[in-house]
Write a protein that binds this ligand. Structure first.
Ligand SMILES: Cc1cc2nc3c(=O)[nH]c(=O)nc-3n(C[C@H](O)[C@H](O)[C@H](O)COP(=O)(O)OP(=O)(O)OC[C@H]3O[C@@H](n4cnc5c(N)ncnc54)[C@H](O)[C@@H]3O)c2cc1C
Length: 423
């Protein structure tokens, strides 16, 4: 099916591959088939629990396997599809990246620990980095050697990220950083962090922030894992005490970090919304068949709704793809994609338990597929909050996509030091 869309400059889009896309897909699929096998339910479950295992040795093995897989992609010329060849990438286009990721999700080549590095940090450095920074930081990520984390949120600054209070004070050729970050995914296995901190309190809050590239092994960086409701320690608190960062590690301009952070956040929303959906419609249908409940009218309704949502997300993806092919960077429309992915994960969380009936109350090895669907149910809020909450996505869509009047923001023009604060 083909249609047009005013918001993609009238670009025609189709959910079917064009001849060029189909050829690229076949090439990518043949590559994955030559180095790995098709992902099965058992692989999916095993990978989920390896990723979720808090035992340091199991976790280290999982990270090492991801690094090996990323290195194999690099050696075969498939790392960094859109990254120019001079920085170690394939020099391809964004639509190819999307197809490549879709194909990768079908096979047992897992590089999930590089999600922040490759999906968020690389595109940000490409837009805002100096030549020296691009050459220094991008190739080791593509080779699977250096893993990055995002050090943005703080206990008092999540949705209102620009209200952050971590301070960076210049001292000669360095900045000295003090403060606390929180919810930092993968910081416990990251070598580098993308940090935003306040460098100027005398200007409005968005204008006094700087974006730094921080070595996570610097003295004064203290990473403390946080355990979630699922039992998994996926993210961390990061305390920064007199951490010295060379001025050469500023990305973009001093006090100009908000624009750099926005590039990263747009890429984050795009990645969350368009990435493999993890467990998908086929998994729910298979579970319903295995448990013999496909005749249950409520289950049928749930499956039909899941299928419809999956199709809508496919169309949103095709629209994003059309925009990308016409040369656009991801914009505020990524909030539409992120919001839909959030709502999908919420409804799927319910569906996974509904299909199991009373069995939905079981956990661990007693439950269907070792309780993976129960984990997905409990973990859904992570997906819905991370990368910006549903309410915030709705605000972005209202204001920046639909052009509705903005929320009152009396603190937008006040110098940060004059904004009333708690305590
Ligand atoms: C799984 C996961 C991974 C994450 N990974 C990272 C990471 O790697 N690095 C990082 O820096 N951060 C990370 N985060 C943090 C994430 O970005 C924040 O949780 C998110 O931005 C929300 O901020 P908050 O938790 O402080 O909630 P708050 O901002 O305190 O919001 C609380 C509630 O109020 C609502 N709300 C707030 N403001 C408004 C408003 N203006 N209008 C309407 N409603 C509003 C919110 O929608 C929410 O429901 C992660 C979070 C999760 C869950």
């Amino acid at each position: 099916m083909t249609t047009t869309d005013a918001r993609t400059s009238g670009a025609r889009f189709s959910v079917e591959d064009s001849a060029e896309e189909a050829a690229f897909r076949a090439e990518a699929r043949a590559f994955f088939a030559s180095v790995s096998s098709r992902r099965t339910d058992a692989d999916e479950t095993g990978n989920y629990f390896a990723m979720a295992d808090n035992d340091p040795e199991t976790h280290a093995r999982h990270v090492a396997r991801n690094q090996e897989a990323q290195r194999a992609l690099y050696d075969a010329g498939w790392a960094g599809i859109t990254v120019p060849a001079e920085y170690g990438g394939r020099g391809g286009e964004r639509w190819q990246e999307r197809i490549f990721r879709q194909e990768q999700a079908r096979f047992t080549v897992d590089t999930g620990v590089f999600a922040v590095s490759l999906g968020m940090v690389v595109p940000t450095i490409l837009v805002h980095g100096t030549e020296e920074q691009k050459h220094r930081y991008i190739p080791p990520m593509l080779r699977g050697e250096e893993i990055w984390c995002q050090l943005f949120s703080e206990p008092g600054a999540g949705s209102d990220l620009a209200g952050l209070t971590t301070r960076a004070v210049r001292d000669g050729d360095e900045f000295v950083v003090n403060g606390q970050k929180v919810w930092n995914s993968g910081a416990h296995h990251a070598q580098w962090g993308a940090l935003i901190a306040r460098t100027n309190v005398d200007v409005p809050k968005h204008r006094g922030i700087t974006y730094f590239l921080v070595d996570m092994h610097s003295p004064g960086v203290d990473v403390r894992p946080l355990r979630q409701a699922t039992g998994v320690a996926h993210f961390n608190e990061v305390f920064l005490t007199d951490v010295r960062i060379p001025a050469a590690n500023v990305l973009g301009a001093v006090d100009g970090g908000w624009a750099v952070a926005q590039t990263m956040l747009m890429n984050e929303r795009n990645m969350i919304g368009s990435g493999g959906m993890g467990i998908g419609f086929g998994d729910y249908l298979r579970m319903a068949r295995e448990l013999g409940v496909t005749d249950d009218p409520a289950v049928r309704q749930g499956l039909a709704a899941c299928f419809v949502r999956t199709e809508i997300i496919k169309y949103l993806g095709a629209r994003a793809q059309a925009a990308i092919r016409s040369g656009k960077q991801p914009g505020p429309e990524t909030s539409v994609v992120k919001l839909n992915a959030s709502l999908h994960s919420a409804a799927n969380g319910d569906l996974g338990l509904q299909i199991q009936g009373a069995g939905g109350m079981l956990a661990g090895d007693d439950a269907f597929r070792r309780g993976m669907f129960q984990q997905m149910f409990v973990g859904q809020w992570g997906m819905r909050l991370g990368g910006g909450t549903e309410q915030i996505q709705r605000n972005v869509i209202g204001e920046r996509v639909l052009g509705l009047p903005g929320e009152p923001r009396p603190d937008k023009t006040l110098p940060f030091s004059e904004i009333p604060k708690n305590g």
